[in-house]
Design a protein around this ligand. Structure first.
Ligand code: SAH
Length: 213
């Protein structure tokens, strides 16, 4: 049975070896990773492996993302303290917490009801920033709270996320895995009414699905 100290040591090591040494330099982001207890978002039987350099199954054929991939995407989004962020694919809720410690408000959508309920329960048990969750098809965005300064998509599709892009503020940014012949993290930057699109790195994500389970 791991102690709080074991987890703190594993978390520090994760931040140094998996994030800092691989080019994650944003201090606010590194600080956020130091404060989120990843062990609460995965199967308790995994113990201190919670801070391993990988994704883990969270049930319903879904996974909690690899910490480095979350850090890479969130760093590329350059979230400011006054930003409102939309997250598609709450999953375990781990990334939602990281986002909430950087932004003013986080809106997160998950299509699998039991995962959303579980995430909600964990989020209620720890210190987070402001997070609003809902069950739904995130590919349509969240019109009632749009526009968003930043949007992050945690599941892969083959097409441009047009509905989501239309919910960005004029200087907004969206990051998402997109699959054509292969799968890449793409960053969309809105400027003067147009979108600049940058391909950042290869990746592997679970698929973005339509509707709600
Ligand atoms: N960052 C999350 C990753 C979860 S995996 C974490 O670290 O826990 C991606 C999640 O996206 C899955 O839970 C999946 O159910 C969800 N998802 C897939 N398609 C979706 C859609 N259209 N709308 C909302 N959520 C979706």
């Amino acid at each position: 049975m791991e102690t709080a100290l074991d987890y703190r040591i594993a978390r520090r090591r994760m931040v140094t070896e998996q994030l800092r040494q691989r080019g994650i330099t944003d201090d606010r982001l590194l600080h956020a990773f130091l404060s989120v207890p990843r062990q609460l978002f995965i199967d308790p039987a995994l113990g201190s492996r919670a801070y391993d350099d990988c994704s883990f199954p969270i049930g319903y054929d879904q996974t909690i993302s690899q910490p480095f991939m979350i850090a890479f995407m969130v760093q590329a989004l350059e979230i400011g303290p006054d930003d409102r962020v939309l997250e598609i694919g709450t999953g375990s809720g781990y990334q939602s917490v990281v986002l909430s410690l950087l932004a003013k408000e986080v809106y997160s959508i998950e299509r699998i009801t039991p995962l959303a309920r579980k995430a909600e329960e964990v989020l209620r048990s720890i210190r987070t920033g402001r997070i609003r969750l809902k069950v739904g098809d995130g590919s349509k965005g969240w019109k009632g709270y749009a526009p968003f300064d930043r949007i992050i998509v945690s599941a892969v599709t083959s097409s441009n996320p047009d509905a989501l892009l239309s919910q960005l503020t004029p200087e907004g940014k969206l990051i998402a895995p997109i699959a054509d012949s292969s799968e890449h993290i793409m960053l969309f930057i809105r400027r003067n009414g147009r979108f600049a699109k940058r391909r950042l790195r290869r990746c592997t994500f679970v698929p973005l699905k339509k509707g709600v389970d």
